[in-house]
Design a protein around this ligand. Structure first.
Ligand code: ADP
Length: 492
């Protein structure tokens, strides 16, 4: 049985801890991938110290050289794409098609960041004084903590680690407890790509222990986190107290607005993809459908039809459209929210329980679930469920749709289905989300396009795209005076 090891100062080390957790395949709990030893606080400190000691040399390595290592990582990830996709499906449960998509996204992000290493430019600025000029330099922070969730255990670490490294930071990577195998594999691939000792460190264990230790360590100058709102806000407060930079990507409650002139089949198929794809476990998942009354009956009956046809099963089976929930805790959370929806008076049209059938006996499978006549005051209209549960809110017209769509503490992504250009532009102007889609699902994104949300979803600079390195760099401003004379006037 595999025992996952920590990667500290270029060495793979087994934790001295005697507390363990099993890494179980959520499609079949009899299939155990390995054992994770829950690292101690002392081991977490060692990981930070290792990153701290490696920082000076890494910072003074030319950025294009740093980028070459990330480029090599991207090429290797391409070589290992199928192998890592298989691990991802077995560990997290998503379908193989989804895993391959996640791997491709990760390769694209790494390639993009490698290219950015040759563009780590500042600017030159005209001075108001003669024989003077100024320029800016982008510099790394030092040790950066990358704290990541289980739902995209390859792509999210890559889109944090790659820009952090290119910028010249050293990294302590703390993945979610549920997905150690992919995390270990990523670090092995970075090792093969030639990452110097201590520049990237991996530590496996509990967020409340080693995560807490890392976040509060004085040598950690920046924390990039993706996960729950509760944890993100806590880390933000903790970081702020000691002046560390914090970037958080947290919850979502992403709406799709469906107007009466829409292409109905496209709206239904895209809503189903957004709501049930990746088993609803994406931060960009569609969790609310805001539908105008006139077409609501038709939309609802078609989405229920689609949900019924969803092929549920082990993600490793090529026929499967929707895999299991990641683990027992999350499985119970999803079922609890379904109960809450019923108790709050929403009309459950389909789903609502553990999915049964051949091959589903030993996994955390839930039926795709559709609630109709959900009102904004209900918890299933407001709280992130992170499962295949769609809440349909019926509204009178576009104005009401916008009120309902924006009635959320979150603001990650959204979409609208309509052919009316006036409504499209009004929607883009009025919707309170960091990303929005027109006539396509709320999900999806590209490696070279910024990603992130507003309101309670996002704190700090946007990840990926032209903004990918913003969080990982500090700006130094340099004034150069080549007059050789004492300054006169302008003495502020
Ligand atoms: P999720 O519900 O997606 O698991 P969490 O916010 O609980 O979201 O976890 C996201 C990541 O944050 C995981 O790697 C987890 O171990 C880590 N984490 C949880 N609590 C803390 C904490 N107090 N300090 C640092 N990291 C934490």
């Amino acid at each position: 049985m595999t025992i996952y090891q920590n990667f500290i100062n270029g060495e793979w080390l087994e934790s001295s801890s005697d507390r363990t957790a099993q890494n179980v395949n959520p499609a079949n709990t009899n299939d155990c991938l390995g054992t994770i030893k829950l690292a101690t606080r002392e081991e977490a400190r060692k990981a930070v110290e290792s990153a701290y000691n490696a920082f000076r040399d890494w910072k003074s390595t030319p950025a294009p050289t740093r980028g070459k290592i990330v480029a090599k990582f991207a090429r290797l990830l391409e070589d290992y794409k199928e192998e890592v996709s298989q691990i991802l499906t077995r560990e997290e449960g998503k379908t193989l098609a989804e895993s391959r998509g996640e791997l491709q996204r990760s390769i694209n992000v790494a390639e993009f960041c490698a290219g950015e290493a040759r563009r780590l430019n500042g600017e030159t600025i005209q001075s108001e004084l003669p024989a003077n000029f100024a320029y800016t330099i982008k510099e790394p922070h030092g040790v950066v903590a990358c704290i990541t969730p289980w739902n995209f255990p390859v792509a999210i670490p890559v889109w944090k680690i790659a820009p952090a490294l290119v910028a010249g930071n050293t990294v302590v990577f703390k993945p979610a407890e549920a997905t150690p195998a992919t995390a270990v594999r990523l670090c092995e691939i970075f090792e093969e790509a030639g990452i110097p000792k201590g520049v990237l460190n991996l530590i496996l264990g509990k967020g409340s222990e080693i995560g807490d230790e890392i976040v509060n360590h004085p040598a950690v100058k920046a924390i990039s986190f993706t996960g729950s709102t509760e944890t993100g806000i806590k880390l933000y407060e903790q970081g702020a107290r000691r002046g560390a930079k914090v970037q958080c990507e947290m919850g979502g409650k992403n709406p799709v607005v469906v107007m009466e002139d829409c292409d109905m089949d496209l709206a239904v198929e895209s809503t189903a993809q957004g709501a049930f794809g990746s088993t609803g476990q994406r931060c960009t998942a569609t969790s609310r459908a805001v539908v105008v009354d006139k077409i609501a009956d038709e939309f609802v009956s078609k989405i229920v039809e689609r949900a019924k046809r969803m092929r549920i099963g082990d993600g490793a089976d090529a026929n499967t459209e929707m895999g299991p929930i990641v683990d027992e805790k999350q499985f119970n959370t999803v079922l609890k929210y379904i109960d809450i929806g019923r108790e709050d008076g929403a009309e459950m049209l389909y789903g609502g329980k553990r999915a049964e059938g051949d091959g589903l006996e030993n996994g955390y499978f839930v039926e795709p679930t559709v609630f109709d006549k959900v009102t904004p005051d209900m918890r299933i209209a407001q709280e992130e469920i992170f499962g295949p549960v769609l809440s349909v809110l019926r509204v009178k017209d576009f104005d009401d749709a916008m009120i309902a769509a924006n009635d959320s503490q979150y603001g990650l992504t959204s979409s609208i289905f309509t052919g009316d250009p006036n409504l499209i532009f009004r929607f883009v102007q009025e919707i309170e989300t960091g990303m929005t889609h027109i006539n396509s699902p709320t999900t999806g994104g590209e490696a070279h396009i910024p990603f992130g949300g507003v309101k309670m979803t996002g704190i700090g600079a946007r990840e990926q795209g032209s903004t990918a390195l913003d969080f990982y760099t500090e700006l130094k401003v340099v004034y150069v005076d080549y007059t050789g004379r004492k300054r006169e006037g302008n003495l502020y």
